[in-house]
Design a protein around this ligand. Structure first.
Ligand code: FAD
Length: 448
């Protein structure tokens, strides 16, 4: 059992985008007496994803602004000034544009920016260090609950009749500990780190990514499926400027997105059938370049690869619950969606903004921030919204990633109609920018 000095308020497993952002939001709102620790074995080390770039929508830019992170990012971020959508066969000579979006949510405020992941994670980590947040370069290995004092000695083989030494021992379900009939909840969760450290927290946040160990240990199932598709990601430079235009070519194998980066550079997110993606990235440079150009075309002049080629298998899942006993899931630990609309991280940061608001409200009211009712508020706020966005991106992918000429005709009529109705377009832009529905304070640019 951890010593008194290792009792903290919140332990965040995962120092990725979601984990750092939550730690910063809590520290800024609640000050240094509210103790937050971030544990991640990859702290300060380079990630597989560093060269990739992410589209950050306007509400997330407002969040970063409210947290004082945006000023460190603004110089590296490329505004998306407009967006064009095409729908054609791979070898069509032309890719006619069916839909364009002017990219502002408010005058002078672009609906999204592109930013390379290494800048984003660097700025977040620097801010966390500047705020003196406790950072541990170690993985969370396991967690358990201290015995309740009012209960008698544990039965042989563990409190729940399961071998408590088993690494797969599932924790009790939410409510079981807090139900009055069980005599009230314990007030902490004990966390074991891979480096041998031990901490006790009032709340454990799983920000440990798609393969979340905490989600698994908490016995939370996920609903979802694999697409059998992978995204090839690469950055290119080109001769002519992109003028801040993002282009999404819907091709039969899946979307091919050209997303503007600072300078004459773009980030490509290129979806293919999984086996074909592996074949393509394994091609010699010249052959790979030909395949890239076949899709990119020559509208920006000659293109040159300026980063390594990476392949990401694509899937969709949403966790059956975003909470368990003294546990909350955020970001990819809670949901993974198709990158077709560039929304995965944006959704994860909406989780963070909502959870931060829930925790801060509870702390200011003197409530137990790991209490089931507090966590339920977070779950109600985020789970339905996540399902809606997840299923919408899934539908979009199914509608566009196919070879049917009939469907192509139907969707092109649909795109053409949307293109002609300015109010509808404005609604879609605000929706994509995360400014519709119950928007957390931080994403409105307000402090907590
Ligand atoms: C091809 C592609 C393109 C995308 N483009 C976009 C886009 O344009 N816009 C967008 O919004 N989203 C995009 N996404 C989604 C986005 O990348 C993810 O949603 C985002 O990276 C998730 O962030 P996270 O902090 O939740 O998780 P991660 O970034 O996965 O971070 C998890 C962290 O947890 C740590 N960790 C793991 N296990 C443990 C443990 N046991 N203990 C402690 N720490 C642990 C890891 O080291 C890691 O640092 C894209 C995804 C893909 C695949």
């Amino acid at each position: 059992m951890p010593g008194r000095e290792n009792h903290i308020d919140v332990l965040i497993a995962g120092g990725g985008f979601a984990g750092f952002t939550l730690a910063i939001a809590l520290r800024q709102a609640l000050g240094p007496t509210f103790s937050v620790t971030v544990a991640d074995p990859m702290l300060g080390r380079s990630h597989f994803d560093d060269e990739r770039a992410s589209a950050i929508v306007a509400s997330v830019r407002r969040l970063f602004d409210a947290l004082g992170i945006w000023e460190a990012l603004a110089g590296e971020a490329q505004p998306i000034l407009d967006m064009a959508v095409t729908d054609s066969r791979l070898d069509d000579a032309m890719r006619p544009t069916f839909l364009t979006f002017g990219g502002e949510v408010e005058p002078g405020e672009p609906f999204a920016h592109m930013i390379e992941n290494r800048f984003l994670i660097g700025a977040l980590e620097a801010k966390a260090r500047a705020l003196d947040i406790d950072l541990r370069a170690s993985a969370v290995k396991d967690f358990s609950y201290p015995p309740l004092e009012r209960e008698g000695p544990p039965p042989a083989g563990g409190r729940d009749g399961v071998d408590s030494q088993s690494p797969l021992r599932p924790p009790r379900a939410l409510h079981a500990r807090s139900s009055p009939s069980r005599g009230g909840s314990g007030d902490s969760v004990d966390i074991e780190l891979a480096d041998g450290g031990a901490l006790s927290a009032r709340l454990l946040v799983a920000a440990d990514g798609a393969r979340s160990l905490i989600r698994e240990r908490a016995d939370i199932a996920v609903h979802g499926w694999n697409y059998g598709q992978s995204a090839i990601v690469i950055n290119v430079s080109h001769e002519r400027p992109h003028d801040g235009r993002a282009i999404e070519h819907f091709l039969p194998a899946g979307p091919f997105a050209i997303l503007p980066l600072k300078g004459n550079r773009s980030s490509i997110v290129w979806t293919e059938n999984a086996a074909e993606a592996e074949r393509l990235v394994g091609l010699p440079d010249d052959a790979f370049h030909d395949e890239l150009e076949r899709r990119f075309k020559l509208h920006l002049g000659e293109i040159t690869a300026v980063s390594a080629r990476r392949v990401h298998p694509l899937g969709f899942f949403v966790a059956r619950s975003f909470i368990a006993d003294r546990i909350a899931l955020v970001g990819d630990a809670a949901h993974v969606i198709h990158p077709i609309a560039g929304q995965g991280l944006n959704m994860g940061l909406k989780d963070v903004a909502a959870l931060a608001e829930v925790i801060v409200d509870a702390a200011r009211l003197g409530l137990d921030l790991g209490d089931a009712n507090v966590l339920e508020r977070y779950q109600r706020w985020r789970r339905f919204d996540t399902m809606t966005m997840g299923l919408a991106t899934d539908g979009l992918n199914r509608l566009f990633s196919n070879r049917s000429d009939v469907l192509r005709f139907v969707r092109d009529v649909g795109l053409g109609l949307v293109d002609r109705v300015p109010n509808l377009k404005h609604f879609f832009i605000r929706e994509a920018a995360g400014l519709v529905g119950e928007v957390p304070k931080l994403m409105r640019g307000e402090s907590l």
